[in-house]
Design a binder for this molecule. Structure first.
Ligand code: ZN
Length: 513
């Protein structure tokens, strides 16, 4: 039986709510399957694929992108959505959120012309390979035309999605719903007010010796250490694998298949160590998502800010604590007896917490980290509002590193080419790192009210209690709750003072300020 919709007189094909729900669930599973294939292709490109393979992969990605675009942009989805929206009161809470998620995606994707969407996916695949080469050869000029096109597309995307917003606000909104430049300008100013004088004080204090971290640490041994760290973190290798890539990342296919990557440096043992812990934090989030959200529009972590709050919680609050270093130190000494045999756990702890303005964001300490984020934020804002052109990015980068961190950038490899985000088309993401960092100490405060001292749990080797708490409060909800609501549900109103207090206490103790 057909009937006429109240909205616009479209002939609807659905006779019952269950029939429409079946159609939506089928659509979700189909979309999840395509995304799975695209995800494996991305992982392969970044880890195992030979350098010259991007052309064929580009064709595959182009075709697949078109298929995904058609699947979501399909006008029949309008019928499906209208029918479900008319009968919304009959749906479960989960299905209601799914309808909302599909509505958002459908409306957004229909705002991007199909050929622009597919061309952009192809561009990103090429940009990834070009960026890697440009970074290796310190050759910004070869990457610049790609970055120009990526910026241009992002400006268009912002206008397509949210013509009522300032373009950069629209991009921020993609990663953290509701986040604006106004909020960030105030948040970053509050951080700068505490961090800059603290960094200056530390500059006057007795320097920390971290020279032993820069000895030769054979990569095969570092790989064994990664396995051990994953075990300590409770990452089940039946469901979580590790690979190697230029830039560490996590990719999830469902809650029983999550991959992390790391990058080994022979002369920097702490680099991969903290990458594995950071990506491991992302992976625990994905692995902890409820089964009911698999293969659906609500699968996986809800936002970049919440995701980074999990990864940086493990990396810094857990991984850089004295109790954690003591826990893993026997294994480190066993693997690297020549390098660390005469170094104590306390010395190692101080070394991995050394605060010093530096060039590389991913290697930065907990204290100066957000200054690196602020540089990227300022550059992205200017690129998107058109006050900075791409060719001037290196100069602006170097200027801001001098202003915020007081360091001279010797070349673009160690400067504006260091991160993979822009080549991946990700503009508006960096601020979520800072937000995620700032969420951590507030989460810790609430967690400790319920489970007691986290330091004590780590000392006792009870890290699983911390993970269980995070799973219960955050992970299991996948993308069901909106990020701001989820955080407030657990912690109450966000207050950056938790973060600044944490930094002041930690570094005052470490450096006897
Ligand atoms: Zn991360």
């Amino acid at each position: 039986m057909f009937f006429i919709s109240k909205k616009g007189g479209i002939f609807m094909n659905y006779e019952t709510v269950n029939q429409a729900l079946d159609a939506m669930h089928h659509l979700e599973e189909t979309a999840a399957a395509y995304e799975h294939v695209m995800g494996v292709t991305y992982l392969d490109a970044a880890s195992a694929a030979p350098k010259g393979s991007y052309e064929g992969r580009g064709k595959t990605i182009g075709v697949m992108s078109q298929i995904i675009y058609d699947l979501i942009a399909n006008p029949e989805n309008e019928e499906l959505l209208s029918y479900l929206e008319e009968n919304i009161s009959e749906l479960s809470a989960i299905d209601r959120r799914k309808v909302e998620a599909l509505r958002k995606e459908y409306d957004q994707i229909n705002k991007i012309p199909a050929e622009e969407y597919a061309a952009y996916e192809v561009l990103l695949n090429e940009a990834q390979a070009v960026w890697e080469q440009a970074k290796n050869n310190n050759d910004f000029a070869s990457f610049a035309p790609y970055l120009e096109k990526i910026v241009a597309f992002n400006r268009k995307k912002a206008a397509y999605f949210h013509p009522e917003m300032q373009p950069y606000d629209a991009l921020l909104n993609e990663y953290e719903e509701g986040l604006t430049m106004q909020t960030l300008d105030a948040f970053f100013a509050q951080l700068r007010e505490v961090i800059v004088p603290l960094v200056a004080k530390i500059g006057q204090a007795a320097p920390v010796d971290d020279s032993f971290l820069k000895q030769n640490y054979p990569i095969d041994k570092q790989r064994l250490f990664s396995d051990y760290l994953m075990e300590v973190m409770g990452l089940d290798r039946n469901y979580c694998a590790i690979a190697e890539s230029e830039h560490p990342f996590t990719i999830n296919f469902n809650n029983k298949d999550v991959r992390i990557t790391t990058h080994y440096h022979e002369d920097m043992v702490a680099s991969s160590m903290y990458s594995v812990i950071h990506e491991g934090g992302h992976a625990l989030y994905e692995l902890g998502c409820g089964d009911e959200y698999n293969y659906s529009f609500l699968s996986g972590g809800v936002s970049m800010g919440i995701h980074e709050s999990q990864s940086r919680f493990y990396e810094n609050i857990i991984g850089r604590s004295l109790s954690f270093v003591k826990l893993i130190y026997p294994k480190l000494q066993e693997l690297f007896p020549e390098q660390l045999g005469s170094v104590t756990a306390e010395q190692f702890y101080r070394a991995v917490n050394k605060a010093e303005p530096s060039l590389i964001r991913t290697e930065a300490d907990d204290l100066t980290y957000t200054l690196h984020v602020m540089v990227r934020y300022e550059i992205e804002k200017q690129l998107i509002d058109g006050t900075l052109c791409v060719e001037n990015v290196p100069a602006e980068w170097n200027r801001l590193y001098k202003e915020y961190l007081g360091v001279d950038v010797p070349n673009d490899t160690l400067g504006c080419l260091q991160d993979s985000h822009w080549s991946g088309g990700t503009i508006g993401y960096f601020p979520s790192y800072a937000l995620g960092s700032a969420y951590g100490p507030q989460l810790l405060a609430v967690m400790e009210q319920e489970v007691g001292s986290v330091d004590k749990l780590i000392e006792e080797g009870n890290l699983s209690i911390v993970t269980r708490w995070l799973k219960e409060k955050i992970h299991r909800h996948a993308s069901f709750h909106k990020p701001g609501y989820l955080f407030e549900m657990v912690c109450g109103k966000f207050d950056a003072a938790y973060y600044t207090d944490y930094l002041v206490k930690k570094y005052t103790d470490l450096y006897n300020l």
